[in-house]
Design a protein around this ligand. Structure first.
Ligand code: ADP
Ligand code: ZN
Length: 218
């Protein structure tokens, strides 16, 4: 059992929030709430929400606060969140953080810890543009740092690997700019309320995971 179990993973794209979520979920029974995955599922289903989200996502822009906040609020009412949850990629703006506080209060939940994944810019770009994602289980691999055993095939489920349309160099650079402008102010926000803990996410996966566990059990 972790000391902190209601978690927010904060950090720039490519910092490894999804990757370390995946590892943590093998050991702990937590709900994984990735707003990016929920939006990509909407796109795959061809919903109206998906259509409007795709246009923004492909430019590296954020989907409107209220839309993602409503998705998360609905998800937090589900029973599996009782055991703890990882909010991966939400909140991404101070407005979203405030909407999260409201949604959490309504469901009687509180955030125990906000983990900031910190990594240098050039590494983030390298990771993003070489990233491969599994269509089926959403696991991520990397052409440079974490190759799958078989080209184009997911090690975990045999699903097909593809490059996300927002992992092109141009969009990745835009996403980092959006992070600096809109998401980075959350560092101050969560420092102020004493929830923030930082890990070095330039470390290899196993060391990064050790650092994460240390923070979650502190
Ligand atoms: P990454 O963490 O690699 O940047 P995500 O899968 O979390 O990627 O997000 C992909 C895209 O989905 C974002 O660039 C943005 O357009 C949209 N998105 C995801 N989460 C949010 C959010 N909380 N607020 C607004 N837009 C979001
Ligand atoms: Zn897979």
């Amino acid at each position: 059992m972790l000391k902190s179990k209601n978690l927010v993973f904060l950090g720039p794209p490519g910092a490894g929030k999804g990757t370390l979520s995946e590892v943590l979920l093998r050991d702990e029974k937590l709900a994984h709430i990735s707003t990016g995955d929920i939006l990509r599922a909407e796109i795959a289903q061809g919903t109206e929400l998906g259509k409007s989200a795709k246009a923004l996502m492909d430019q590296g822009k954020l989907v409107p606060d209220q839309i993602v906040a409503d998705m998360v609020a609905a998800r937090l009412t589900q029973k599996d969140c009782d055991e703890g949850f990882i909010l991966d990629g939400f909140p991404r703006t101070v407005a979203q953080a405030k909407l999260l506080e409201e949604a959490a209060a309504k469901t009687g939940r509180t955030i125990d810890k906000v983990v900031l994944f910190d990594a240098p810019r050039d590494l983030l770009i390298q990771r993003l543009t070489a990233r491969l994602t599994c269509r089926q289980c959403k696991a991520s691999f990397n052409k440079l740092f974490a190759k799958p055993a078989k080209d184009g095939i997911c090690d975990h489920c045999g699903g097909e690997l593809f490059q996300r349309s927002d992992d092109s160099l141009e969009t990745a650079q835009n996403r980092l700019k959006v992070y600096d402008e809109q998401t980075a102010p959350l560092i101050e926000f969560y420092t102020q309320n004493g929830l923030l803990a930082t890990i070095d996410s330039s470390l290899p996966k196993d060391q990064g995971y050790a650092a994460l566990l240390a923070v979650l059990n502190a």
